[in-house]
Design a protein around this ligand. Sequence first.
Ligand SMILES: [Zn+2]
Length: 347
Amino acid sequence: MAAEAYRCERCGAPLDVTPETIVAVCKYCGHPNWIDKSAAHTVMIVPGSYGRGREYFERYLEKDWDMRGLRGKIRIKSIDMVYVPFYTAWLSLQSRYYGVAEVTLERIVTRDKETYTETRTETVTVSGVHEIDDVEAILARRAAERTHIDPLLSHYLKTRPKDMPLEKVEWDQVKGEVLAGEISPRDALGIAKDRGCEKLHDSTLKRMESEAKDAAQNQAPGFGWFAVDVSWISTRIPCKVLKQEVSPLRLIPYYDIVYSYEGKLYRTVIAGWDGERVYGEEPITAGRRALYYTGVLAGSLLGGAGLGVLAVGANPLGGLALFAAGAILSYYSAGKTLADVRVETEE
Ligand SMILES: [Zn+2]
C-alpha cells in the first residue's frame, strides 16, 4: 500500500507508514494512529521543549572546554526535534543451576629451604538457585542508529524525567517528528527476556565459579590451597521468568543538530528534556592534532627509553613496562591523528 493511503484519523494530514509501522504519531497534531489496532494503548510522552535546541547547543559549546574555542567558526546547519519510541520492561528471573567443574589449585610449599608451587585438581559439583531483577529499555524500532539512541536511553534511565499521556499535552508546545513505533509490547517483552536471561546466565556463572572454587578449596586435602582456575565439564543454567511487566509505549525527545566547522559536517545529539549532550562528534583541530602528535613522539621516546634500559639489562622489568607504556601511548595517539572526528558519548 502506498504511504499516501494513510492519513491522520484526527486532522487528515498524511502519515509516513511503512510495513513495519504499528503506530504512527501525527507530527502536526500529535494524535497516535494505531495501524495495528490490537496493540493500541495509551502512549506516554516525556515532553520536550520545542524551540530550545539552539539554546541547548550554545550552552554545550559554552560548557565544553574543547568546543569553546571553536565557537566562532561553528555554523548550525539544522536542528530537528525528534521523539523516539521505546518500552521499559521489568523482569524477575530465576535459574536453578547445576554444574560439574574441574578446579585447578595451587599452594606454595617450602621444603629444605626451597620454595616451590604445588598444583592439583579437584572435581566438584555445584547447584543452587540464583535470582535477579532486571530493567530493560527496549527501543520500539526495527532498525535504528544505535550509536546515539543507546546513550539517549541510558541517560533517560539515569535521569527518569516525568512523563504524561500523549493526549494530555499541548502538541504545539512539544511538537516534533515522531519515529514510528514498530514493535508491540509483547515483542518488547520477548526482547527484554532474551537480554535479561543473558544477564542471568552471566551472573549465575560467576556465582557458580566462586562456589566451585570454595568447594575445591574445602575438598582438597591439607592446607594452603588456592583455587586459580575453573574449567566446566558440564553446566545447566536455565532461565525462568518469575515476573514480567512492560510499560506503555513512551516517547522521549532529542535534538538532532548538524553543524559545520571549516567545511565539514558534524552531528550532536542533545536530550530534549534537560539539554544534556548525549552524543557528539567534535572536530579535531590543528592544536589538538599537534597534541596527539606530541603523544606519538612521547610514546616513541618512552618506548625507546624502555628498550635502552632493557639493552643495558639494569632493570629488565622496568624497561619492559616503560616499553609497553610507550607502545600503548604511541598506538593510541597514532589512531587519533588519523581521524578528523572525535566522538564523545555519555556512558
Ligand atoms: Zn494529525
